[in-house]
Design a protein around this ligand. Structure first.
Ligand SMILES: Cc1cc2nc3c(=O)[nH]c(=O)nc-3n(C[C@H](O)[C@H](O)[C@H](O)COP(=O)(O)O)c2cc1C
Length: 169
C-alpha cells in the first residue's frame, strides 16, 4: 500500500502554493499517493486515511495566516506524521530566525511535533507594493527530498513496532 499523504496549503501571494506543488511532486515521485488541497477552497479536508500531512502557509504583518493556523489547531494532526513549512520574507535572509519567530510558538501552542518544520524564502514587498519573488524552488525540492527520507524511516519504524513478537521469543 502506498503512503497516503495530504499536502494542504494556504497562500496569498503564491509562494506557499508553489512550494506545496513541489512537495506534492517530490513525494509523489517517492511513491506516495498525494492529495494537494488549497485550504482557501477546502478549509477543513477530512484527514481520515492519511498517514502523513504536510502543511504550508505564509505570514504577513507578523501573523501566520489564520487559515494556516486554524488547520494546525486540528486535533487529528496528533495521529499523523506531520511536516510544516512557512513562506516568509524574513526567511529570505534568515530562515532560522523566521522559524523561531513564527513557527516555534505555534508548535508550543498546539503541542505539535513535526518531523520537519522550516521557513522558506517568500516574496517580499518591493517599491509600490509589488511583490519581489525570492522563492527558491531548489531549496523546496531538497526540503521535500529530506522529508521523503524521514517519512520512509518513520513508516518503517512504525511497521516494525506493529509486528507481533516472533513465536518462542
Ligand atoms: C503586506 C505584507 C506583509 C508582510 N509581512 C511579513 C512579516 O511580518 N514577516 C515576514 O517574514 N514576511 C512578511 N511578508 C512576506 C511574506 O511572508 C511573503 O510574501 C510570503 O511569500 C507569503 O506567503 P504566500 O506567498 O504564500 O502568501 C509580508 C508580505 C506582505 C505583502
Amino acid at each position: 500500500m502506498p503512503e497516503k499523504t495530504l499536502v494542504a496549503y494556504f497562500s496569498k501571494g503564491g509562494a506557499s502554493g508553489m512550494y506545496a506543488q513541489i512537495v506534492a511532486e517530490v513525494l509523489g515521485s517517492h511513491g506516495h499517493s498525494v492529495d494537494l488541497v488549497n485550504l482557501e477552497q477546502r478549509g477543513k479536508p477530512d484527514l481520515t486515511g492519511y498517514d502523513n500531512v504536510v502543511v504550508g502557509t505564509g505570514v504577513r504583518i507578523g501573523r501566520v495566516y489564520r487559515k494556516g493556523r486554524k488547520f494546525l489547531r486540528r486535533e487529528e494532526l496528533g495521529g499523523k506524521r506531520l511536516a510544516i513549512f512557512l513562506s516568509s520574507g524574513i526567511a529570505v535572509d534568515d530562515a532560522a530566525q523566521s522559524k523561531e519567530k513564527f513557527l516555534t510558538p505555534l508548535l508550543r501552542k498546539y503541542e505539535l511535533a513535526p518531523l520537519m518544520c522550516d521557513a522558506l524564502p517568500g516574496k517580499i514587498p518591493g517599491p509600490g507594493g509589488k511583490l519581489e519573488d525570492k522563492t527558491d524552488s531548489q531549496r523546496a525540492r531538497s526540503w521535500a527530498e529530506e522529508l521523503a527520507s524521514k517519512l520512509a524511516l518513520a513508516a518503517t519504524a512504525a511497521a516494525t513496532a506493529e509486528q507481533p513478537p516472533e513465536e518462542g521469543a
